[in-house]
Design a protein around this ligand. Structure first.
Ligand SMILES: [Zn+2]
Length: 445
């Protein structure tokens, strides 16, 4: 009799449970094109959430994404009928990462002279491979700071935005604005300049008027940021990283065009003088800042100019480029800038310079971007500061703070997750388990 009663009771309870909660629908993984970009509806149940803004992680938070954007963030959110659910209760969720300095159309194994013969089709094929690798590594947004084949990064950005390719959101500089033979030019000793295809040198200019015209052409062609090469570069023939290439007047001409168009401008500047020249001319951020001096750091703080310091790739160049017999000049200049850049990273961070996450990917293979997190922690940031640098701080500097970089209502549903606790071990971010962009699932455990 007792047993019978118990059986009746459990049958009734089970019936009630079935009636109240439907089984969760799992989201499909996007692996083929075309797809409807930024169209996802998804409820993400996070065991821990780092939102990109707060100083602490929160436990058991859900994020509801509707039509690609975050609708609500909280602890008691139920999935609306028909909305897929992903259970990440064993994971730490974060905003999708931002890399502020990529060359996503180019790779590290290509000889400079090979670019002379690369077709548009070849460049786009490579771009599709690298954008996918970058997204799978957890980088849902990149700022692409230059491509030799002018305009291809714009085509890539638009393909991804249409859902015809898989990759991060892209803010693109299109070309390098650089002096003839400068760090963004592709001249090689022994090759006649007149034989270099014109599409590889669209941003090469001399004098303020020429720079103004080339900058305007980049803006008219669809660039979302301008990149100028103020000082010599490590991976270019003849340039001296510590010495200026562009004059203050040339830099100011580019700044004027960018700001008139309502976009930001960033300066490649290794040397102390070029950092100061660029800040005084009004740029919004500095790439590399390897040899910055105290005055440059002071100016950056005073003018709220951000530093994007690629403090990982020096190790890659030293080992891998040496194996591949890259020019001795490149290896020497890399050695001359790598450790001073790391020391200056620590110094600038301690002084209070806004530091974003920029890696110069393409110098090393795309998809390894997250290795730099560990260097940023080793050289003075807390784990949380490094994560914020790659999320909300970068979003603010690229003026996309209303789209990406934090997990809050109204922004794109761009979320990445790892099984471990990146606040305990930052290298966990080198193995991202889950990638969601625009509410669509691109990678799952
Ligand atoms: Zn670069």
């Amino acid at each position: 009799m007792q047993i019978h009663k118990f059986l009746v009771l459990t049958t009734v309870l089970t019936g009630l449970l079935v009636a109240c909660s439907e089984p969760d629908i799992s989201p499909a993984i996007i692996s083929a094109v075309p797809y409807a970009a930024d169209s996802g509806d998804l409820l993400v149940r996070c065991g821990a959430l780092i939102d990109g803004q707060s100083d602490n992680a929160r436990k058991n938070v859900s994020v509801l994404i509707q039509d690609g954007k975050i609708l609500s963030v909280g602890s008691n959110i139920e999935a609306p009928r028909g909305t897929p659910v992903i259970d990440l209760s064993d994971y730490t969720c974060m905003p999708g990462f931002i890399d502020m300095h990529t060359h996503i159309m180019e790779d590290d194994y290509t000889e400079m002279s090979d670019y002379y013969g690369h077709s548009l089709e070849h460049t786009m094929l490579k771009g599709r491979e690298f954008t996918k690798a970058t997204l799978m590594a957890g980088f849902t947004t990149v700022r692409n700071l230059g491509v030799y084949y002018g305009g291809t990064s714009i085509l890539m950005r638009d393909e991804i935005d249409r859902g015809d390719a898989i990759g991060p959101r892209m803010q693109v500089a299109s070309v390098y604005l650089t002096i003839p033979g400068g760090g963004g030019d592709i001249v090689i000793p022994g090759f006649p300049q007149e034989d270099i295809p014109a599409h590889l040198r669209q941003g090469v200019a001399s004098g303020p008027e020429d720079f103004r015209a080339k900058a305007q052409a980049a803006v008219d062609g669809g660039a979302g940021v301008l990149k100028l090469i103020a000082s010599g570069a490590v991976l270019a023939f003849g340039g001296v990283p510590g010495s200026p290439e562009m004059t203050p007047e040339e830099i100011a001409a580019v700044v004027e065009v960018a700001h008139a168009a309502g976009i930001t401008v960033t300066a490649h500047a290794h040397g102390a003088q070029s950092v100061k020249d660029a800040i005084n001319a009004g740029v919004d951020s500095i790439e590399h800042a390897s040899l910055v001096d105290d005055e440059g750091i002071r100016l950056a703080i005073e003018r709220n100019v951000a530093f994007s310091m690629d403090i990982y790739n020096g190790d890659w160049i030293d080992v891998e480029y040496r194996k591949q017999n890259f020019p001795e000049e490149f290896l020497r200049k890399n050695t001359e800038t790598t450790m001073s850049q790391r020391q200056n990273f620590r110094k600038a961070h301690e002084a209070g310079v806004r530091i974003v996450f920029g890696t110069d990917s393409g110098v090393y293979p795309h998809g390894m971007n997250a290795i730099q997190f560990r260097y940023m922690v080793e050289w003075g940031m807390t784990e949380m500061q490094a994560i914020k640098a790659a999320t909300s701080v970068s979003a603010g500097v690229m003026q996309w703070g209303d789209r990406v970089g934090t997990i809050q209502e109204g922004l794109y549903g761009d979320i990445v997750a790892v099984k471990g606790d990146p606040l305990a071990d930052i290298s966990d971010l080198e193995n991202i388990d889950v990638v969601i962009k625009g509410g669509l699932l691109f990678k799952a455990p």
